[in-house]
Design a binder for this molecule. Structure first.
Ligand code: SF4
Ligand code: SF4
Length: 341
């Protein structure tokens, strides 16, 4: 609000009643800022360290993490605590990525997360055959490599940058470019000033979850405007931050007409932006909405490609493909490089 932007208006539940997410998700102890963290896990299929944060500036009707983004729950952690977690993670890293691959999008080039090389001693049917089995680890979310990326995900409070600026600086001071710093964000908090602050502090890469193009659909889904979010792909790119975009196909809400508008916007910024199509699955306040069909997802892929986007992948494949034959058909239709497994 101090920068002249509309406040999110969201409230989250806390042990002391409802409160604004930025009051419930941060606290200062002896002058040191802390963030409420729900969990820290080597996540699949991203193959990086995900820091799942509680409390969010959005209340998305389709949020599948609502039980910690709309409720204040977790452990209070300072920038020093996060640096310690990153240090522990770096000891188990098996793949060092260059900065331009510091994304979720690139993970599927390396591994399909089947675990065959570890369980059966041979590559699985969709294995990209790029990694030695010694680089594959079991995490609570399954098999895959551990890439040198730390991602801040879950509840998004980038609108209050102090914690992130201090944490990113501390990570870079300790580990330099041994680790890439990534955020998964709705973009709401990325005002010009905040984006610059985060970039200067060491932010390497942004996963921008754009949700809907039309403002009325966006507000209905997430409770806020998306006015400045639509300008972010160009701004992120201009600053030299690595960008990946995620588009969620939601039947009857975010369909091909929205995808066409996104395609036009993105291709005008850079046709090579890594773009991931995800298939919605019923959660939270949209449990009554069906999943997309295989045909709808393939059509969405074709729409993005027809506008000239070069790097489009389909993720969440298990939502539209229930068996291996279906995955094979999808690979035949769009190519192995366009299917994230
Ligand atoms: S922005 Fe993400 S974490 Fe926040 S409510 Fe929406 S879907 Fe959930
Ligand atoms: S490298 Fe990944 S995709 Fe290949 S067999 Fe091992 S776990 Fe499966």
């Amino acid at each position: 609000m101090t920068q002249g932007y509309e406040p999110c208006g969201n409230v989250v539940s806390t042990p002391y009643g409802y409160d604004r997410p930025c009051r419930a998700g941060f606290k200062v102890v002896n002058g040191e800022i802390h963030r409420l963290i729900y969990d820290i896990v080597l996540s699949r299929p991203e193959d990086y360290l995900s820091i799942y944060q509680s409390c969010c500036n959005h209340r998305c009707a389709m949020c599948h993490s609502w039980y910690f983004t709309q409720q204040a729950v977790g452990t209070w952690m300072s920038p020093r605590d996060i640096v310690e977690e990153v240090g522990k993670y770096l000891e188990i890293v098996t793949v060092r990525e260059p900065r331009d691959r510091a994304t979720m999008w690139h993970a599927s080039d390396l591994c399909a997360h089947c675990g065959w090389c570890k369980i059966y001693g041979e590559p699985g049917p969709f294995c990209p055959r790029k990694l030695d089995p010694g680089k594959i680890l079991l995490s609570p979310q399954g098999w895959g490599p551990a890439r040198n990326i730390v991602s801040f995900t879950g509840g998004d409070l980038l609108c209050r940058p102090r914690f992130y600026v201090e944490t990113f600086r501390a990570i870079k001071r300790e580990y330099g470019d041994e680790v890439w710093i990534h955020v998964e964000t709705n973009g709401y908090g990325l005002t010009d000033k905040n984006l610059e602050l985060l970039y200067e502090a060491g932010l390497d890469s942004v996963w921008l979850d754009m949700k809907a193009f039309s403002e009325d659909i966006y507000r209905m889904l997430c409770g806020t405007t998306n006015r400045w979010i639509l300008d972010l792909p160009a701004k992120i790119r201009d600053l030299g931050i690595v960008l990946e975009v995620v588009l969620l196909y939601i039947p009857s809400l975010v369909e091909l007409d929205e995808f066409r508008k996104f395609a036009e916007l993105l291709v005008n910024v850079d046709p090579y932006i890594p773009t991931m199509i995800l298939a919605f699955f019923p959660e939270y306040m949209l449990r009554h909405v069906r999943e997309p069909t295989y045909e709808e997802i393939v059509q969405a892929y074709r729409v993005l490609k027809s506008y000239g986007l070069k790097n489009v992948k389909i993720g969440n494949v298990s939502v539209v493909c229930r068996d291996v034959e279906c995955v094979k058909k999808l690979i035949e239709e769009v190519g192995r490089e366009s299917v994230a497994l």
